[in-house]
Design a binder for this molecule. Structure first.
Ligand code: SF4
Ligand code: SF4
Length: 258
C-alpha cells in the first residue's frame, strides 16, 4: 500500500445500493474500518471525494450502459485491488433477466421515448469487462465477509471466505434439511455459503441469493427437484433469480427452457 492510510473507494453501477448499505450497517466495525483506511469515495456515506489512485475499490452493480463500460475501465486503471460486491456486480443481478430476451422489446413497452434510452443488450458482471481481484457474492453481501475481505487485502493475505455450499451451514447450525425432511425444493446444495443457512433455518428452501458455489452440480440437483415433482418451467425459473447470469445457473436455466 502507498504511504499514509490506504485509500478505499466505493463505486455504484446498476444496483439497488443494498451491498453498499451492508458496509454502512457494519456499525461497530465501521469505526475500525474508517480508522484503517481513508474513505476516498463513498457516495452513500459522504459527498467528499479524494482523487485516485485507490488502494481498494469496491464495485457494486452490473454493467448495463455504454457509459458503464467506459467507467469500469477507468476505475480499474486507478485501483490497485478491485473487489466486486453482490449479485449484480458478480452475476449481472436480477436485471440480467433481460439477457434472455430482446431488450428493445422492454424499452419500447416501458418508456414513452425509448429512443432516449442508451442501454446495452445485456446486463453483465464486472468480470466480463475488467480483471477483478476478488468477487464477494450475496444479495446482499454478508457484512462480516466484507470486513474479512477488506482486512485480508489490507494485511496482504488471501480473503478467507467459504467456497462450500449452504448445506454445510445447515449442518453447522443443526437446521433440519427441508428437502430431506419436508420435500421442499432447495438450492442450498449448489449455492455458496455466507448467510448462515438463513432460509432453511426458517423451514424454507434456499433460492440461491449467494450465487453458485465452487463447482456446483446443478444438473444433479435439478434431477432431484424433478423427482419431487418440480416442472421444467419451474426449474428454469428457479435458476433465473438474482444470480441468473452466473454461468452455472444460466446454463441450468437454459437446459429447462423447452
Ligand atoms: S435445507 Fe437446503 S441448504 Fe440445508 S441441507 Fe437441506 S438442501 Fe442443503
Ligand atoms: S438460504 Fe439461500 S436464499 Fe436464503 S439467505 Fe441463504 S443463500 Fe440466500
Amino acid at each position: 500500500m502507498a504511504q499514509g492510510k490506504p485509500k478505499l473507494a466505493v463505486w455504484k453501477f446498476a444496483s439497488c445500493d443494498g451491498c453498499q448499505l451492508s458496509l454502512l450497517d457494519c456499525e461497530d466495525e465501521l469505526l475500525a474500518v474508517a480508522g484503517a483506511v481513508e474513505i476516498a469515495s463513498f457516495p452513500e456515506a459522504t459527498r467528499a471525494t479524494v482523487k485516485g489512485p485507490y488502494d481498494i475499490s469496491l464495485v457494486e452493480g452490473s454493467i448495463t450502459t455504454p457509459h458503464d463500460e467506459q467507467r469500469i475501465h477507468s476505475i480499474r486503471r486507478s485501483s490497485r485491488f478491485l473487489v466486486t460486491i453482490g449479485a449484480c456486480a458478480t452475476a449481472g443481478g436480477i436485471q440480467a433477466l433481460r439477457n434472455f430476451k430482446d431488450v428493445n422489446e422492454f424499452t419500447s413497452l416501458v418508456y414513452a421515448h425509448p429512443d432516449y434510452i442508451q442501454t446495452l443488450k445485456k446486463s453483465t458482471p464486472v468480470t466480463d469487462h475488467v480483471f477483478v481481484d476478488f468477487e464477494l457474492r450475496g444479495c446482499p453481501i454478508n457484512k462480516y465477509q466484507l470486513i474479512e475481505v477488506l482486512s485480508a487485502l489490507l494485511h496482504g493475505r488471501k480473503p478467507n471466505t467459504p467456497p462450500h455450499a449452504v448445506c454445510m451451514e445447515c449442518k453447522q447450525r443443526g437446521a433440519v434439511c427441508v428437502m430431506v425432511a419436508h420435500a421442499i425444493p432447495c438450492l442450498g446444495p449448489v449455492t455458496q455459503a455466507g448467510c448462515g443457512a438463513l432460509c432453511p433455518s426458517y423451514a424454507r428452501g434456499c433460492y440461491g441469493c449467494f450465487g453458485p458455489k465452487e463447482t456446483p452440480n446443478t444438473a444433479s440437483l435439478a434431477a432431484g427437484w424433478a423427482e419431487l415433482g418440480v416442472s421444467n418451467r419451474d426449474l428454469m425459473r428457479a435458476f433465473r433469480g438474482f444470480n441468473t447470469y452466473a454461468e452455472p445457473f444460466r446454463r441450468e436455466s437454459e437446459a429447462h427452457e423447452k
